[in-house]
Design a protein around this ligand. Structure first.
Ligand SMILES: Cc1cc2nc3c(=O)[nH]c(=O)nc-3n(C[C@H](O)[C@H](O)[C@H](O)COP(=O)(O)OP(=O)(O)OC[C@H]3O[C@@H](n4cnc5c(N)ncnc54)[C@H](O)[C@@H]3O)c2cc1C
Length: 343
C-alpha cells in the first residue's frame, strides 16, 4: 500500500506502545497508520512459549477490565490474543510484514516514510508514505547483544529462547544474569535438558528488583532445581570459545573449564537500532541501561519537531508505560494539529 495521502500521524511498530497510540489517534479522529515489520505484538510473540507475564492484567490491558486471564497473570498466549483482538475488534489501521527503512524530513509537510515489505509470496516491495508526525514505537529488540567470541555464529547458538522441548536430555548452556536467562534455564531444566547456567556473581547475588534482579518467583524454583541436582550454576568471568560439542569458559577464580555442550542460549539483553532516528537529527544520550533518544518529558517529542518516541527504547521501559505514554501524548499532538488547521 503506497499512500499519497498526507497522514496526521504515522506509527512505527505494533507493540503495546504502537497499538495504544493507534487507539488514541482513532479516538482523536486523526488519520493514522501503524507500520509493523513483523506481526501484531511481535515482541510478545517471541517470548517463551507458555510463559506467564510478570505484570498483572491492569498493567497490560488496552482497556480497563478487558483482559481476563485464567490465572492472576496472563500467559504469553493470552496477552498476544488480547492485543490481536484489540486490533481486530477496533478495526485499527495496522499493516504487518512491512519494515520502515528510512524517515526523511519533507520540506513542505512533515516526513516521508520509506518501507520495504515482504509479502506471503516472498516478493519484496518498497512503499512511501507521507505524514505530518511520526511516532517511533519500535521497541528495543532489534540487536540482541553478543559475546563476540569464536563459535558464536554456530547454528547451535541462539540469542533468543522460545521453547525447551527440542533439548530434552541435551547439554544446554544459558549465559546471562537477568530474568530472561533465569527463566530459560528454569524452563530447560524443568523439561529435562541437562542445564548449566553461567552467570556473573554480582547478578547471582543481586536482590534489588529495581536493578534488574531475578524475580523471586523465578529464583525460588531455580534454587529448587539446583538443590535437586538438575541444574548447575557456574559463576564465570568470561565465556572464551564455543565449539560444535563444547564451551570453554573461565570461572570466577580464573580456572579454565571446558564443558560438554549441544546448545547455547546467550541471553544478555538487546538494543534498539537508533540509526533512522539519528539520521533524522534526533539527539541521544546514555540511559540507565543503554543509549536512549533525548525527548521532552511531557510530550515525548524529540529535538526534531514532529518526531515522537514511546515505549521500550525510551526511559519508560515496561508495558504499562508503553501503553500510558501514547494516551497522554496523542491528544497533545491532536491539539497541535487542530491549532495549525485553524490558523
Ligand atoms: C522475554 C521478555 C519478557 C518480558 N516480560 C515483561 C513483563 O512481564 N511485563 C512487562 O511489562 N514487560 C515485559 N517485557 C518487556 C516488554 O516486552 C516491553 O516493555 C514491551 O514489549 C514494550 O512495548 P513497545 O511497544 O515499546 O515495544 P515492542 O513490544 O518491542 O514493539 C515494537 C514493535 O516494533 C516493531 N519494529 C521494530 N523496528 C521496526 C521497523 N523498522 N519497522 C516497523 N516495525 C518495527 C517490532 O517488530 C515490534 O513489534 C519483557 C520482555 C522480554 C524480552
Amino acid at each position: 500500500m503506497t499512500s499519497q495521502e498526507l497522514l496526521d500521524f504515522l506509527i512505527i511498530g505494533a507493540g503495546p506502545a504502537g497499538l495504544s497510540a493507534a487507539d488514541a489517534a482513532a479516538s482523536e479522529g486523526l488519520t493514522y497508520l501503524v507500520i509493523e515489520k513483523g506481526t501484531i505484538a511481535n515482541t510478545i510473540r517471541q517470548y517463551p512459549v507458555g510463559r506467564t507475564m510478570f505484570s498483572t492484567p491492569n498493567e497490560l490491558e488496552m482497556r480497563e477490565g478487558s483482559l481476563h486471564p485464567v490465572r492472576d497473570k496472563p500467559t504469553r498466549e493470552e496477552l498476544l490474543s488480547h492485543y490481536i483482538h484489540f486490533v481486530l475488534d477496533h478495526d485499527l489501521r495496522v499493516t504487518t510484514g512491512e519494515e520502515v527503512t528510512d524517515v526523511k524530513a519533507d520540506d513542505t509537510d512533515g516526513f516521508i516514510v520509506q518501507t520495504r515489505c515482504r509479502g506471503f509470496h516472498a516478493e519484496e516491495q518498497e512503499n512511501k508514505y507521507r505524514a505530518r508526525n511520526v511516532l517511533f514505537a519500535f521497541g528495543a529488540m532489534e540487536h540482541p547483544r553478543r559475546l563476540n567470541i569464536p563459535g558464536e555464529d554456530l547454528a547451535k547458538v541462539h540469542h533468543r529462547f522460545v521453547e525447551p522441548y527440542p533439548y530434552v536430555r541435551k547439554e544446554a548452556l544459558v549465559v546471562g544474569g537477568g530474568n530472561s536467562a533465569a527463566e530459560a534455564a528454569l524452563f530447560l531444566s524443568e523439561e529435562g535438558a541437562r542445564t548449566t547456567m553461567a552467570i556473573w556473581r554480582e547478578d547471582w547475588e543481586n536482590r534489588d528488583p529495581k536493578a534488574g534482579a531475578m524475580k523471586h518467583w523465578v529464583r525460588s524454583p531455580l534454587e529448587r532445581e539446583i538443590a535437586e541436582g538438575r541444574l548447575r550454576v557456574i559463576l564465570y568471568k568470561d565465556i572464551d570459545e564455543i565449539t560444535p560439542d563444547s564451551v570453554r569458559l573461565t570461572n570466577e577464580t580464573g580456572e579454565s573449564m571446558t564443558i560438554a555442550n549441544d546448545v547455547v542460549f546467550v541471553l544478555i539483553g538487546s538494543d534498539a537500532d537508533l540509526t533512522i532516528l539519528k539520521k533524522l537529527g534526533v539527539k541521544t544520550a546514555p540511559g540507565k541501561l543503554t543509549e536512549v533518544p533525548i525527548y521532552d518529558r511531557e510530550t515525548f517529542e524529540t529535538n526534531v519537531e514532529g518526531i515522537y518516541v514511546a515505549g521500550h527504547f525510551t526511559n519508560a521501559r515496561h508495558i504499562k508505560a508503553a501503553i500510558d505514554v501514547p494516551r497522554k501524548i496523542v491528544p497533545l499532538i491532536a491539539r497541535k494539529l487542530r491549532a495549525l488547521a485553524t490558523r
